[in-house]
Structure formats: structure tokens, C-alpha cells
Ligand binder design. Structure first.
Ligand code: CP
Ligand code: NVA
Length: 303
């Protein structure tokens, strides 16, 4: 890998994305075969969280253990990033102790600053703008199930949020069409869309979920109100009425379409429980693949 950090998938080349996917696939097969790894023996990952987490925390911590290393959880009350101490000092001090930093933050600039001042690799474990580790697990899931990525059509039904943004970045790099159906005013970031189109990515923005879902290979959704938007939850519930992934919408997608959600889900809002458990559902494979994809990132950046 050419890069020191993983902050945005837009900073990775197509080759680097496939390097992560191939490494992840091998690590997954080796784990299943009982192969033990010590490639991060003696190494420590500092995990900084400003927000809650199930998947990100457990998969990173488990991933470090499986690679022979160790992880330290630093929750919102432990270091009070940006409140008790400035981001720059935290990055410099952590770099004197640990071999890598994973951070889940509110403002995207915070994770960028950590990467700027840390001398060790910094991995973005979700910011208000991006969620690259999620999308590496998702691409691994699609690649395993569809045997290819290039040429597939992914329809995202919902908010133009961090997950949508990283999907736009990732789809552009691997030649997948990205469509989003969202209410007016909830479109993805124009700069991210423009950058994806500039490298040849196909990004379609519509306000009609049926139009987006038509013939799609993947139907993807995420919560309407993200972490930190609790005060907007009611407003968004009204705005997003009609943007639920349900069995009717599934019928419009390709018959072999995958149903995806990064989780946690609010069943009955962005997706029905029935759709989440339908034949094409890949939601728990996505969750598992966070582990394998992130182990690949850790191995490539830290060993
Ligand atoms: N998908 C995801 O990032 O889950 P957590 O918020 O539980 O880490
Ligand atoms: N968009 C969601 C993703 C959670 C994994 C959020 O930021 O809360």
C-alpha cells in the first residue's frame, strides 16, 4: 500500500482496493482453516471512539488479537478528544505508544488531523462524512457473492450520508454504478459526487426509490438519522416516508439482488424486518466481513 493511512477510499487506487480484498479473502480462508498469524505480534492499536459501536469496536479488537497484536479501547469518556486535550497532542502522544490508531469521530476534520499529526497509520472507523471500513467489508461481501464487482448496479435507498459517500468512492474505483434515491435536500455531497464522476464513476441521483431499484444487483440502505443527528430524527422520519426497503421494492430489483445494510437497523423505517431476512439478504455477511476486511487493512498498514 502506497498510503500511510486509510481515511477515504477516494485516496486508494483500484489496485489497492483489490489488494485489500484479496488479502481479506485469504485471511478469511486461513481463519476458517485454523491458520494462526503473528504478523502484528507485539503491536498495539489505539481505538478512539467519540460515538458508540458494536461492529467496529469488536471487529477491530478481535482482528488485532487474531493477528497476534493487541487493541486498547479509548471511549468518549476516556480521553475526551478535542475537549480535554487537542487532537494534535493526542495524535503525537498516541504515536509514542501505539503502532496504529483507529478513530470514530464526529467531524471528519478530526480524523484528518489525527492522520496529519500521528506518525503511525490512522484508520477512519467512521466520521460524519465517510465510513471507508464499512465499504471495504461490503465490497468483499458483494465480490464473494457475485464473483465480480465491475458492471454491477448498486441502488442506495436513503440519506446521502457517510455510508453513501464511501459507497460512491468505492463504487467509482471498482466500476460499479451507484444510484441513490433520497428525498430532496438529502442528496450526497456534491464534491464527492463530482470527484467520483471525474474518475469515470457512474453516479445517478433520483428522488424515486422505484426508479433506483429497477434491475439493481444490490439494494442498500442505512438509518435515516445518523449518530449525532438525534435531534433531526423526527424531521427525517417524515422526509423519508416512502423510502423504505420492503418486499415491493425488492421485486423491482434483479431477482438475484443482494439486500444490504451496514447495521444497526431501525426496522420498519429504512427497511422492513421481512426484507432484512429475505433470501438475498447479506446483512450479517457484511457485518462478518468487517472483521476480515479490516484485518487486511491492519496487516497492510501496520506490519
Ligand atoms: N456498521 C457499523 O459501523 O456498526 P457499529 O456502529 O456498530 O460499529
Ligand atoms: N450512517 C450511520 C452509520 C452507522 C454505522 C451513522 O453514521 O450513524
Amino acid at each position: 500500500m502506497r498510503v500511510k493511512d486509510l481515511i477515504s477510499l477516494a485516496e486508494l487506487s483500484t489496485e489497492e482496493i483489490y489488494e485489500i480484498l484479496e488479502t481479506a479473502r485469504n485471511l478469511k480462508l486461513e481463519l476458517r482453516a485454523g491458520v494462526k498469524h503473528e504478523m502484528l505480534a507485539g503491536k498495539t492499536l489505539g481505538m478512539v471512539f467519540q460515538k458508540p459501536s458494536l461492529r467496529t469496536r469488536v471487529s477491530f479488537e478481535t482482528g488485532m488479537t487474531q493477528l497476534g497484536g493487541h487493541a486498547i479501547y479509548l471511549g468518549p469518556e476516556d480521553i475526551k478528544l478535542g475537549k480535554r486535550e487537542m487532537t494534535e497532542d493526542i495524535a503525537i502522544v498516541l504515536s509514542r505508544y501505539v503502532d496504529g490508531i483507529m478513530a470514530r469521530v464526529f467531524e471528519h476534520k478530526t480524523v484528518e488531523d489525527l492522520a496529519k499529526y500521528a506518525t503511525v497509520p490512522v484508520i477512519n472507523g467512521l466520521s460524519d462524512l465517510l465510513h471507508p471500513c464499512q465499504i471495504m467489508g461490503d465490497l468483499l461481501t458483494i465480490w464473494e457473492k457475485k464473483r465480480t464487482l465491475e458492471g454491477l448496479k448498486l441502488a442506495f435507498i436513503g440519506d446521502g450520508n457517510n455510508v453513501a459517500h464511501s459507497l460512491i468512492n468505492g463504487c467509482a474505483r471498482v466500476g460499479m454504478e451507484f444510484r441513490i434515491a433520497c428525498p430532496t435536500g438529502y442528496e450526497p455531497d456534491e464534491g464527492i459526487v463530482a470527484a467520483a464522476r471525474k474518475i469515470g464513476g457512474s453516479v445517478v441521483i433520483t428522488h424515486d426509490p422505484k426508479e433506483a431499484a429497477a434491475g439493481a444487483d444490490v439494494l442498500y440502505t442505512d438509518v435515516w438519522a445518523s449518530m449525532g443527528e438525534e435531534d433531526k430524527a423526527e424531521l427525517k422520519k417524515h422526509a423519508f416516508t416512502g423510502f423504505t426497503v420492503d418486499e415491493d421494492l425488492l421485486d423491482r430489483a434483479d431477482p438475484d439482488a443482494l439486500v444490504m445494510h451496514c447495521l444497526p437497523a431501525h426496522y420498519g423505517e429504512e427497511i422492513t424486518y421481512e426484507a432484512s431476512r429475505s433470501e438475498g439478504s447479506a446483512i450479517f455477511d457484511q457485518a462478518e466481513n468487517r472483521l476480515h476486511a479490516q484485518k487486511a487493512v491492519l496487516a497492510l498498514l501496520m506490519s
